[in-house]
Design a protein around this ligand. Sequence first.
Ligand code: SF4
Ligand code: SF4
Length: 544
Amino acid sequence: MSDQKLNKVINEIKDDTNPSSKGLYIIRYTGLALFVMGLLLFTYVMFMGPFELSKSSIEDSISNKQHRQAIAQQTTTMQQQSYTTVFSFIANLKPAIEEANETLDDGDRINDYKQGVYRLNIAKQASTGIIDSYSMLYFWLSIGLGCLGAIIFFLPKIWLRLPGIDNDHIYHNSAMSLGTIGWATGLYFIAFYVFIYWYPEYAVNWIKMVDPISMAIKGQPAGQWFLYGLLYTLAIVVMGVRMFIKYRHSKYHLVRTSSVMFFQTAFAFIIPELLVAFNKPYYDFKNIWPLDYDFFFDWQINTFVNSGSLGMFMLMWGIALTVVVVPVLTYFYGKRWYCSWVCGCGGLAETFGDPYRQLSDNSKSAWKLERWSVHSVLVLVTIMTIGVLYTYFTGSSSLLGIDTYNLRSWYGFLIGAAFAGVIGVGTYPILGNRPWCRFGCPLAAYLGLIQRFKSRFRITTNGGQCISCGNCSTYCEMGIDVRWYAQRGQNIVRSSCVGCGVCSSVCPRGVLKLENGPEEGRFNEPKAFTVHEDGVTVNGGIET
Ligand code: SF4
Ligand code: SF4
């Protein structure tokens, strides 16, 4: 952009009273209003009733005959009532199922997991209100309107803002600097995750809203994971549009954002659902052990083995990804090929989480915690998987006195759900956009070890140009103090760097460059110059 054109744009932007700017601001606020309306309706839908239990809803929800009869008997009084919300309905249904369980013989008892499934299925059948009749309408008025509003809110920035990160008032913005809106958003995300992971029976109206989409894609009604997958994908796509607008000057970010949008939509959402439609195993071809921690669980291996040649291919492909593809691609490109281009967690962090990247703690103590935490999870998942495979091959569920079933369920609860979901995404507005990738992801730890010790990737720094503005450190989502390296002219070779490239994009002096080069010279010595009367010494030695 020529200086003249740039000045014109800057002057127009500064002038909020400019008629065209005014119009664009009106469009923006209209978009915001639509988004808020969609969000409010989405939230309200959860509380909508009525819930009416009938004999047929129990029959349609439970295939096991003993369970069905016992639960039908214990819920006879419920069958004559109408409940205004899912909360009052579940408050009665839960003890009824527990009482039904008490009446069963020991061998027929309903375990905790099954009780949860029954609560969800029965509540879904019992939701007989307006959501049942107009699920698609409510989908469009809540989720659809929210997405549309968000896009209308972002679009005018093409004309209102220059591309790239603008620093104006970022630390005065309540949503993006731990203000009231930021905390409220974080708590909303956390509550959403808690419901989806552990209490999906309360989210039945949301699940019902996406039933028609699920039927269209895979020919089956939706469950909580279909709802979650759809919302996750929409979040990446809508916020990906925001990334296109924000980083429209950078080919790297445009391609990288397209890549995460594509891999999430096709590989993580549509292909696995289509596989189910064709009676094949649900499988995300880009999910890699140890992130995909249940890949070696007995039920998963049995599913692969019993699904013919496609199942065997999936099993081999999954092993090859971990053992061959990860080391080879990470050697050539660093961990960015996965963390910033392919991974679903990374995709969400790079798009949905982008407004929060400046909240990542770049203190030394956070770095220390990160190293301990992420490598501990890698050790834990390795032990857990060894235990699981030991049980698979020997039939014994005890390894060195540890119950491997307990170990796997604790890992699933603590790391797979609480850390990866509730903390990993729920706390974006509080801890920045990569708390999971930084502190918890065992695949990031594995990729990071290769990146640190055997890779061609590094960020080079042209230290003489650095003006110590600190933009790079501020916007590094992995909490790396990039400026510290830049000031010394030292290459950045850090296991945690996900190669997002934002530090390089926000540098006003073009100091930082992401490169894949020969291994020699990757760890360069920082240069300390000392000026003497007779000349200059570099690193206290070489005279120049
Ligand atoms: S150092 Fe730069 S490329 Fe690496 S994670 Fe931080 S901002 Fe992204
Ligand atoms: S953004 Fe560029 S100029 Fe600013 S501190 Fe970082 S490397 Fe130096």
